[in-house]
Design a binder for this molecule. Structure first.
Ligand code: NAI
Ligand code: MG
Length: 498
């Protein structure tokens, strides 16, 4: 392939022009080495198109574009105008919602109804951070009468942002929103499995009127372009979302290059706890949504389900009935809930966990198999008869697979729920307010949902305890990741120095 745009078609949006280049300085360009890679449709396993690949040299070019913008026009931009640009970008996402959602479904395989919800959340997030841009304030601190002291909040500089394939555009918005609101510039690398949506959205950066170089979006592989960003001497901060294994690599790269600031949003193995007094219908629908939403490819997927003994049998029976009703298939069909997994690699990884569960003696209540012959579809899978040591109970599977087990007391379930290296999210289902609050307080996770699941909101911080990450995204908390604190002390003229 040689061009920088290709005409593609989706069942939802019809024909559109897909950019395939690297978006640097508000223009699409080819990579220096002229490399490209294929993008696969996970529903059909066919090649959609190829996109240009960034290597280390392109990362250098993108980083210097971001540096030039940071030192130049972006520094001089008023906070009010930064906010206006983000709000404009949010408006453009809203205007192009159907196209952006369709591209996400095509590339990632997520159900179109879910993709539309993702883009709606992008709009909310970008608009929210647009609102923050002119509300970032410092402080005046009185120390002695001889000095005037103030704390100024400043942007960190050039931010490298590396995102995964499970929510490509939502992660794009979560990363770019707060970074730009705080006055930083960005080089964002899309995941190699799902580069398409981020490139379509990059066009909106230019259309919104951002100066060249403020937001640069590149496609490329983790070990090449990702590694180049994390070890780059002129990148001031890296924000990463992905696996815990790569999260460690990112921290090491930061440590051995320039000690750039690092925030990490990593994996999870989230407990979903159902007490006997819960509204069982409500609990079942949230437990079902908690694990099978986005084909289970969620960092906060509720993959460990603990049900109190008095309702255990009834719960398992009704949960199975509920999960069997989830429509698995073509992401563009209107009633589809669960599409394929994103790639052959992810499909194989999830199937190997299913095999490990069976080999360890867990019972397959439903599912456990591939669905159909083509596309990376896996049936909703529920394991019972599990024990805490099994890999399916300890490791992140990132597919439509969960394990269900029985508990007796509140203390017992708190202890097992916390017995994980991860600490991203958890949920409690109960009608008892005391139980809800006691358990929420005791869980060592960054988010707890009560009588709901996956109920994220751009105003609420999101991130992990333990090996689920460092720092928080969303909400006011995310601004901390993108600001430096400068202390200025002014000696007053009437003070004598002896
Ligand atoms: P990954 O962590 O390898 O990929 C995520 C992003 O990191 C991609 O953009 C990738 O190109 C980049 N990357 C990979 N290696 C890198 C390196 N050495 N330096 C810098 N960037 C690098 O995740 P992968 O392999 O796609 O999925 C593996 C597992 O990770 C999944 O099964 C799941 O358990 C977990 N995962 C968790 C996510 C989350 O939202 N927390 C998202 C994606 C995956
Ligand atoms: Mg793909």
């Amino acid at each position: 392939m040689s061009g920088l745009f290709v005409e593609l078609k989706t069942p939802h949006s019809g024909k559109y022009m897909q950019p395939t280049g690297l978006f640097i300085n508000n223009e699409f360009v080819k990579g220096v080495d002229g490399k490209t890679f294929e993008v696969i449709n996970p529903s059909t396993e066919k090649v959609i198109t190829s996109v240009h690949e960034a290597t280390e040299k392109d990362v250098d070019i993108a980083v210097s574009a971001a540096r030039k913008a940071f030192d130049g026009p972006w520094r001089k931009e008023t906070p009010e105008n930064r906010g206006k640009l983000l709000v404009k970008l949010a408006d453009l996402f809203e205007k192009n919602l159907d196209l952006l959602a369709a591209v996400e479904s095509l590339d990632n395989g997520k159900a179109i109804s879910m993709a539309k919800a993702d883009i709606g959340m992008c709009v909310g997030c970008l608009r929210y951070y647009g609102g923050w841009a002119d509300k970032i304030t410092g402080k005046v601190i009185d120390t002695t009468p001889d000095t005037f002291n103030y704390i100024r909040k400043e942007p960190v500089g050039v931010c490298g942002q590396i995102i995964p394939w499970n929510f490509p555009l939502l992660m794009w918005a979560w990363k770019i929103g707060p970074a730009v609101a705080c006055g930083n510039t960005v080089v964002l690398k899309m995941a190699e499995q799902t580069p398409l949506g981020g490139l379509v959205a990059a066009q909106l950066i230019k259309e919104a009127g951002f100066p060249p170089g403020v937001v640069n979006v590149i496609s490329g592989f983790g070990k090449i372009a990702g590694a180049a960003l994390t070890s780059h001497i002129d990148v001031d901060k890296v924000a990463f979302t992905g696996s815990t294994v790569v999260g460690r690599t990112v921290l090491r790269a930061a440590a051995s290059s320039n000690l750039k600031k690092v925030t990490l949003e990593l994996g999870g193995k989230s407990p979903n706890i159902v007490f006997e007094d819960a509204d069982i219908d409500n609990a079942i629908s949230w437990v079902n949504f908690g694990i099978f939403f986005n084909s289970g490819q969620c960092c906060c997927a509720g993959s460990r389900i603990y049900v109190q003994e008095g309702i255990y049998d009834k719960f398992v029976q009704r949960f199975k009935e509920r999960a069997l009703k989830n429509v698995v298939g073509d992401p563009f069909a209107r009633d589809t809930f669960q599409g394929p997994l994103v790639s052959q690699v992810q499909f194989d990884r999830v199937m190997s966990y299913i095999k490990a569960g069976k080999d360890a003696g867990a019972k397959v209540e439903i599912g456990g198999k591939r669905k159909g012959e083509k596309g990376y579809f896996i049936e909703p899978t529920i394991f019972s008869n599990v024990s805490e040591e099994m890999s399916i109970m300890q490791e992140e599977i990132f597919g439509p697979v969960c394990s269900i087990s029985k508990f007796k007391t509140k203390d017992e379930v708190i202890a097992v729920a916390n017995k994980s290296n991860y600490g991203l999210a958890a949920a409690v289902h109960t009608k008892n307010l005391n139980t809800a609050i006691d358990v929420s307080n005791a869980l060592r996770t960054g988010t707890v949902w009560v009588n709901t699941y996956n109920t994220l909101h751009h105003q609420m911080p999101f991130g992990g305890y333990k090996e689920s990450g460092i720092g928080r995204e969303l909400g006011e908390a995310a601004l901390d990741n993108y600001l430096q604190t400068k202390s200025v002390t002014i000696r007053l003229g009437n003070a004598l120095f002896v």
